[in-house]
Write a protein that binds this ligand. Structure first.
Ligand SMILES: Cc1cc2nc3c(=O)[nH]c(=O)nc-3n(C[C@H](O)[C@H](O)[C@H](O)COP(=O)(O)OP(=O)(O)OC[C@H]3O[C@@H](n4cnc5c(N)ncnc54)[C@H](O)[C@@H]3O)c2cc1C
Length: 451
């Protein structure tokens, strides 16, 4: 006799480990779809943090930029970000290099369509009132859909026997029909699953440095405007720095090779950044900073019978739109579990293709970031690219392919493969090459003539 297929039956118990975006999105989509199918599910999110605490302990440590595509997608899902969650609306990006600065706008962006948020209730030591954590907001949305929340740290999971069992501090909390791993990569929980889920391996990560600097909202609006500032300054050990305005604060996010607080200080001391800080600004002895890990690859086999991993614990877009990736993977896993089943072959057949799509796209992302790195360190090319972009920004209504590439790469609003293909267009390459040759010739001509 054939064994019965393992599916989520009516009133099945689903345990979601992690109440970051991936966990809440899974809860919301599973609950919605179950209701549409005339089923009820017993869904519980286990989250160890309280997002009401200020500083790193109550925060999922990220730059907090919600891409324009995600803001729009969430609105279509009926999730509108309220004003106490959105700290700032973004309308442009500034790129600062040693050759100068250029502001990039996109004619596609709806007014201030990119949002910046705090993942927790605000930086350490902040007395700012009225800040609502983005993660807590999503948890509340999940609760509105009937998902329960248990603020416990799951320190042991047992996969022996028919169903997974969850433990905290020696107590068994529950046995479940489906275990959803939405625990991210910033803690050590993932390692525990490598031992109990055959074939699962957490994604490779690198360390980043992040800090919140209080400047007052008047200063922030005057100097940083409604723009995200990307600095490509060739500071040793730093790839690039993003500065994100958020009310009274700016978030400084450093990507590089093993960045430390000295890298944050070196950046704040750089002449290109000093222009943006009040005169006599001194880096406080103590300031809110952290060194979260960021995923730079994919998890291996993020599923098993009765288990699926979503968000950072599975696959995420390289350097961009991690919260958007959490949305994509959580939705795909929830749909697979409800529409196809919860056996390994169901997740392999219907969920894994979504992860593979993101992983393949990241290969193009890797090429684009390598090219961007190369361009930013080779002065003649970076100056030429810079000039083309400046020219395009004067005629925004027209075709702006070079600006669009930077915009799409840094906002995360398009998939990397799509961006990469555009760079292969013969006219794109020809125009850039001619600019690289013509710019130095023009410069030599004028300096010769003015002699
Ligand atoms: C420096 C930096 C900047 C970034 N900037 C951006 C950005 O601007 N925009 C963007 O979209 N993405 C950004 N990201 C990526 C983004 O942070 C992640 O992709 C996103 O948070 C993934 O969501 P998640 O729910 O999978 O994991 P997480 O957000 O990490 O959530 C996991 C949750 O699980 C909980 N947890 C873990 N283990 C347990 C356990 N055993 N028991 C109970 N709870 C547990 C944790 O407390 C946490 O709340 C950035 C990342 C870094 C490092």
């Amino acid at each position: 006799m054939r064994e019965a297929k393992v599916t989520l039956h009516n009133s099945a118990r689903v345990a979601i480990i992690g109440g970051g975006p991936a966990g809440s999105f899974f809860g919301i989509f599973a609950s919605k779809l179950a209701r549409d199918m005339g089923k009820t599910l017993d869904l519980t999110i286990y989250e160890r943090k309280s997002f009401f605490t200020h500083g790193a302990t109550g925060c999922n440590m990220c730059a907090g930029v919600i891409s324009e595509s995600l803001v729009q997608t969430l609105a279509l899902e009926g999730i509108n970000l309220p004003s106490n969650v959105v700290q700032w609306g973004i309308e442009s990006y500034f790129f600062h290099t040693l050759d100068g600065s250029v502001e990039i706008k996109s004619s596609r962006l709806r007014q201030r369509g990119i949002a910046t948020v705090f993942r927790g209730s605000g930086p350490a030591g902040s007395l700012a009132k009225g800040i609502q954590s983005f993660d807590e907001f999503l948890i509340e949305k999940a609760m509105e859909h009937g998902v329960c929340v248990n603020r416990s740290f799951i320190d042991k999971v047992c996969m022996e026997g028919d169903k997974p069992k969850l433990y905290s501090a020696g107590n068994m909390l529950q046995e479940c029909d489906l275990l959803v791993g939405a625990f991210g990569i910033k803690g050590s929980t993932g390692k525990m699953y490598e031992d109990i889920i055959t074939g699962y391996k957490v994604p490779p990560t690198i360390k980043t440095a992040q800090s919140e600097i209080e400047l007052g909202s008047d200063w922030v609006v005057r100097r940083f405007g409604h723009s995200i500032h990307i600095f490509l300054l060739r500071i040793p050990g730093i790839k690039f720095v993003s500065v994100i305005p958020k009310g009274d604060y700016i978030t400084v996010s450093v990507l590089g090779k093993d960045p430390k607080s000295d890298h944050i200080r070196a950046f704040l001391d750089h002449t290109a950044m000093k222009k943006f800080l009040p005169s006599g600004f001194k880096i406080p002895e103590k300031f809110c900073h952290c060194f979260p890990k960021i995923s730079v690859g994919a998890a291996r086999k993020p599923f098993a019978t009765r288990a699926a991993f979503v968000g950072d614990a599975s696959s995420t877009r390289l350097y961009k739109d991690g919260i958007g990736s959490a949305y994509i993977t959580a939705k795909a896993a929830a749909h697979t579990a409800l529409l196809h089943g919860i056996e390994e072959k169901d997740f392999r057949g219907y969920y894994f293709p979504t992860c593979k799509f993101l992983n393949r796209d990241n290969l193009f992302g890797r090429l684009l970031f390598a090219a961007n790195n190369f361009i930013s360190i080779v002065s003649p090319i970076s100056r030429s690219y810079f000039n083309i972009v400046q020219g395009e920004q004067k005629n925004l209504g027209e075709n702006t392919p070079y600006s669009d590439i930077l915009w799409d790469m840094f906002t995360g609003s398009r998939f990397y493969k799509d961006i990469f293909m555009r760079t292969l267009h013969p006219s794109f390459i020809m125009y850039l090459l001619s600019a690289i040759v013509i710019y130095p010739l023009k410069k030599t001509f004028y300096s010769f003539r003015n002699r």
